[in-house]
Design a binder for this molecule. Structure first.
Ligand code: 5GP
Ligand code: MG
Ligand code: MG
Length: 181
């Protein structure tokens, strides 16, 4: 078994998600938005976040799946769609809901594709902003938590498809990592 070090407790996640819901509502006011969940990692965050948005907000939901190829525990080298969204976003406000922005390459790719579809605006909401390894200039508009190093799992985040159901967020230290102390 790898070692799990708890970084963010489920109650802290829940609290922060409620705050994000209010921040997002304050930003958009009465404007309708299309909230786009980036599968799979953001699925739990997305489901909690959309329920944290006040009921009077006009929110439509959609889903995309991006695949990145390259080093598994690190960022993407190459990005492509495994599943595209289904909504026409032309002239609409789009809120992209992502699990983690790390190097920023996945989001950068996705934003470029979205821009071609002429939305009114695009904002990014990320559960975790890991800015230390950022390779492309990218602004996260609504950030749940900022982390620097580490590889985290739980609350939707996986390692080789495992651990998504864990209720808190953990730093994962694999077997035979060779780290000491
Ligand atoms: P990028 O490097 O392109 O910003 O990140 C690509 C994707 O890699 C993220 O959206 C996330 O799904 C995954 N990723 C990056 N860092 C971590 C991490 O610490 N844990 C997990 N489980 N996935 C990560
Ligand atoms: Mg992701
Ligand atoms: Mg993953």
């Amino acid at each position: 078994m790898p070692t799990f070090i708890k970084l963010i407790d489920e109650q802290d996640i829940a609290r922060r998600v409620q705050e994000l819901g209010l921040e997002i509502c304050r930003h958009y006011g009465d404007e309708p938005i299309i909230a786009v969940c980036v599968l799979k990692g953001a699925f739990l965050f997305f489901s909690d976040l959309v329920r944290a948005l006040p009921q009077q907000m006009d929110v439509r939901l959609d889903f995309v799946r991006l695949a990145s190829y390259g080093d598994r525990t690190h960022g993407a080298e190459k990005v492509e769609f495994k599943k595209d969204m289904e909504t026409n976003i032309e002239g609409k406000h789009v809120l992209v809901v992502e699990d983690i922005v790390d190097t920023g390459r996945s989001m950068d790719y996705f934003l470029k594709v979205l821009a071609l579809r002429r939305p009114k605006s695009v904002k990014i909401c990320a559960l975790i902003d890991k800015s230390e390894r950022r390779e492309v200039e990218l602004q996260v508009d609504f950030t749940g938590f900022a982390l620097d190093k580490g590889f985290v799992v739980g609350y939707g985040l996986d390692y080789a498809e495992k651990y998504r159901g864990m209720r808190s967020i953990y730093d994962l230290i694999p077997d035979g990592d060779g780290r000491s102390g």
